[in-house]
Structure formats: C-alpha cells, structure tokens
Write a protein of this length. Structure first.
Length: 215
C-alpha cells in the first residue's frame, strides 16, 4: 500500500496540517498530544466550530493530552470547557514527549524533529503501520495522565452497583436510567480503560485511583 505524506511548514504548520487532514472527513477516533497550546487558548476562526462539533459527534471519540501547565492555565479553562462540552476528552500529562496526533489508526501527524512542542515543520503520514505504533505510544501516555477535571463519570455509579452484586438492569432501575444507557456507559468505560469484557473492566476500575468516592 502506497504511503501518503503531506507536509506543512511555518509558524501555523500544526494547525495547517490538521486542517488539510480534516478536509478528508472527520475521523472516528482522533487523538492529539499537544505539549504547547498557549497560542490556541482562544477559538481559532480558521477552525470552524462546525468542524469541532463534527469531530466530537456521537459515535466518534476525540482525546487530547495537554501539559499540566497548559491544562491548568486560567486563560485555557474557557476554551477547554467549551470543547469538553462538545464531547472532547482531556487529560493532563507531566511530560509529553512531543507534539503528535493519530487519526483512526490510519494517519499520524508528526513533527520533522521529534520532541518539539509546537513544530514549524510537520508531516501527516497515511500508513496503518506507522499510525499503529503511534497509537501504542499515545495509549501509554493517556494511561499515565490524569483527568483535566476530576468530575463524576457516568460509568462509576453503574460499576459500583455491579460490584455490589446488582445486574445491569437492576443498576439501571436504581439509577433512573435505561438499561441501554447503562450498557453504553459500560462500553465507554471499556473504551476509557482499553479493555474488553466485564471481568477486565472490573479489575481496571477497581485499580483506578480516579474512582475514589464512587462507591
């Protein structure tokens, strides 16, 4: 399979590259590691809100890793909160190794010099093999990071009831939600922890310090 490479240069290269890739259609799974987003604290008129909504639409997943400094910066909070409301998931990492992103295990955005926080020369490589390796790195970094805001997660209450011996249907009735919603929350939890099956999910959830107070 031929490898497709798109390059961009200049101070806006990261945004230009993302725009170029987004023209092919919104990815189902979009993951970005952004060590330096201070220039993007405010909405970028070149990146339309409609495109933001499309990336995080139902059935899609958008994850963003930020540096602790950026993720806690007062000027960033409004923008991050807006994107979170659309459906973006944020985590903070103490030491991101580089700027990069992965779309659908098919395309990876990389700096020409690995390690740059906001590169001025970047490339998008359409190669499942390269993107797959980048996804492994991203998932490892995501597991190391912590939530931007430690807010209650929809699946915590469902898993707490299952851990106490309730069925999915019984947990749904007790929580005032439909069984379908309860199962969707469990599916989101599996996606969050990167596991398959209820046994693996239960083990991952019990080992997660972020669930403190959920039971």
């Amino acid at each position: 399979m031929p490898v497709r490479i798109v390059m961009r240069h200049g101070p806006d290269a990261p945004e230009d590259l993302w725009q170029a890739d987004a023209e092919r259609g919104a990815p189902v799974r979009a993951d970005a590691a952004l060590p330096d987003v201070r220039r993007s604290f405010r909405p970028n008129p070149r990146f339309e809100e409609a495109k933001v909504r499309e990336i995080a639409a139902e059935g899609r997943r958008a994850r963003v890793l930020l540096s602790v400094e950026d993720g806690t910066h007062p000027e960033a909070q409004e923008r991050i909160a807006t994107l979170a409301a659309y459906g973006f998931h944020f985590r903070l990492h103490p030491k991101l190794p580089s700027w990069f992103w992965v779309n659908d295990d098919e395309t990876v955005g990389l700096p020409l010099t690995w390690g740059e926080a906001w590169p001025t020369s970047v490339m998008a490589v359409s190669s499942p093999a390269v993107a797959g390796l980048a996804r492994v790195v991203y998932d490892h970094l995501w597991a190391q990071a912590w939530p931007w805001r430690a807010e209650p997660r929809g699946w915590d209450s469902v898993l707490a009831m299952l851990a106490a011996g309730a069925t999915v249907e019984a947990a749904a009735r007790a929580l005032g939600i439909s069984p379908r919603t309860a199962r969707r929350r469990l599916a989101e939890a599996m996606e969050h922890y990167g596991v398959e099956g209820m046994f693996a999910l239960g083990a991952a959830w019990r080992a997660d310090p972020a669930r403190a107070g959920a039971e």
